[in-house]
Design a protein around this ligand. Sequence first.
Ligand code: NAI
Length: 472
Amino acid sequence: MATDSMRTFDAVVLGSGPGGYVCAIRLAQYGLKTACIDKGALGGVCLNVGCIPSKALIHASKVYKKAKDGAGMGVIAGDLHVDMAAMQAWKTGITQKLSGGIGGLFKGNGVTHIAGTGKLAGPGKLIVTGADGKTETIGYGKLVIATGSSPIAIPGFAFDGAQIIDSTGALAISTLPKAMAVIGGGVIGLELTDVYARLGVQVTVIEAADRILAMFDADVARPVYQKQIKLGVKHLQGAKALGATKLANGRVRVEVEVGGKPDALEVDVVLVAVGRRPNTRDIGLETVGLTADARGVIATDNQLRTTAANVWAIGDVTQGPMLAHKASRDGEVAAESVAGKKTALDIIAMPNVVYTDPEIATVGPTLAELQATGKPLKIGKFSFGALGRAMTANATDGFVRLVSDAQTDTILAVQIVGAEASELIASAALALEMGATTEDVALTVHAHPTMAEALLEAAHGAMGHPLHALKP
Ligand code: NAI
């Protein structure tokens, strides 16, 4: 029950990541008295210890690598070296600026920011514990749970924040190690492998499956694997990481089993990146009669309502991919639902991007998934190796593949592996969302010379009349 002194809001959002802060802004814009609770800096994992800082380090390490490799283009660098502390300071400047920007948006939109750890305390109430240990009870009319996810730990590799680290630790390294083991050849593992391998660290990737990036088509993942091998990365596939021992020489011995055979490597740092788990433990779900499933996921309907009255859930704590842009979309729909507007989550196109070199960006199912349906398909594929702009950018790895329904010509999926794939996927996502056909893309004039012309060429190919390639 609310007491007179208790701060009470029409809507409270628990968590300020790209799901939570977007939701809070929208709620305030709809006229609800809104608060957003977070124990850390505004922006959550994505902005502070995820998407944004990783992209900063990816970019900075590319600048170094490009300068190093520039001689072939007539760019000769002198005393080229990496100042890791300065690189980290640059990265932190960006995250701080963006986090401060959310604070500004909160102020401008009238969202109250409550700093502290929030825990559900029965219907209509939350208890927030501040950094100083002081608690405050907050009342809500409607609650949106947006608590995100955390890295999964594996047996034998207890995180110590220094030598056995998660992605947060790997984004804060200020002295480059000589050698690093990366457990998990997924999105996080491979993006950070690229960063540190480019900066000269000897990286070994230990992947349990028989290939890296198993969620993508094999031919889409291959150019990333090949480029990392060229960079000197060692890939152990079908490999189990058994445990780590700290050695007297300050290094870490990692026991592995590769193809059933025991092996070991000595490194300075071990990054564990084997997936993430929703933050749904210890947030008091039971106090409102909610339970998460075995993976920690809270079930919702297509308006992001949970089964508890007046409680919504968005982003990584719900079903679907753990992606920042998915969380933001959830946040907008949940805000509409909370505000009593007609709405439903109805996503046709959800882009999926990996910021490796080359980048991977896809929208729609994989080719293998589409082929498994038995539906007749039209496929157009164009290699960046045949594209003028790609040659001038020294970025000829990879291809664009466009897959459409052979009967209706409607585009079902686009898979891109290549430089700037993360940007190119936007027009492919728009095409899917609008129900575009291959012909629509083929009739769209694309600027020349651009990397985007590869999508145009793939569309021509799918229609059976390629321009800058021969018929397969
Ligand atoms: P992931 O699911 O992408 O990859 C984990 C990898 O670890 C898999 O290949 C898996 O086979 C392997 N693995 C699992 N257990 C293992 C073990 N014991 N030993 C060796 N290998 C093992 O997970 P990741 O990279 O941790 O990323 C978590 C989530 O964060 C992803 O689901 C992704 O959605 C999100 N994310 C998205 C990014 C983006 O959109 N660019 C960037 C970073 C993260």
